[in-house]
Write a new protein. Structure first.
Length: 191
């Protein structure tokens, strides 16, 4: 594993891509269970990750298999973060499927274990995914987030994403309503 450069934190972690992950059969083979634990814990705590109830272990395993397969085909990027070989975060983007939208991708998930929040793991994962998108020839990387997820929105803005739309009170969690905020990073304007 290559250590990630971390500024301002004592937490040492490694950021791997799908190829590096696959090269370590132990890490790759044991990815679904800790990924499920991170996602389930975050959703249980009210995190805005697209689920109201925690996903099942099978759902997470299927999701990871899909992303890894898409990454092998050049249609996705997966990044994972480890502290001493323990999964602490993951994120991925998927290329849009329609032929007319192929130069674009959507940052689908970014999840960081609560134990390492504030240590730069989310920033490192997102920055790596942005670099992967640029390298893959993506023209526009999009994402959406729940409007109350202020930390994530601040992170995305700090990495150059801009808001391009908002659906007021669109996300329903029980009786609560939240805005759905759309962000984009347009590489065409940066070249």
């Amino acid at each position: 594993m290559k250590p990630a450069k971390i500024s301002g934190t004592a937490t040492a972690y490694d950021i791997l891509d799908a190829v590096e992950l696959a090269a370590d059969p132990e890490l790759h083979g044991n990815l679904a269970e800790p990924a499920h634990q991170i996602l389930a814990d975050l959703v249980d705590g009210g995190a805005a990750l697209g689920w109201v109830e925690p996903p099942s272990p099978e759902e997470v395993a299927d999701l990871l298999a899909h992303v890894v397969s898409a990454a092998r085909a050049g249609d996705a990027a997966l990044r994972v973060a480890f502290v001493e070989r323990r999964l602490v975060g993951l994120g991925y983007w998927l290329r849009y499927a329609r032929p007319t939208h192929r130069p674009h991708a959507d940052l689908e998930k970014l999840a960081v274990a609560a134990a390492v929040h504030g240590c730069g793991v989310g920033r490192a994962l997102t920055a790596a995914l942005v670099a992967d998108a640029r390298e893959a020839g993506i023209e526009v990387l999009t994402l959406d987030a729940r409007g109350d997820n202020t930390g994530a929105l601040r992170l995305y803005r700090s990495l150059g994403f801009t808001e391009y739309g908002r659906l007021t009170d669109f996300v329903a969690v029980g009786e609560r309503r939240y805005d759905k905020v759309f962000y984009m990073l347009d590489f065409r304007r940066q070249d």
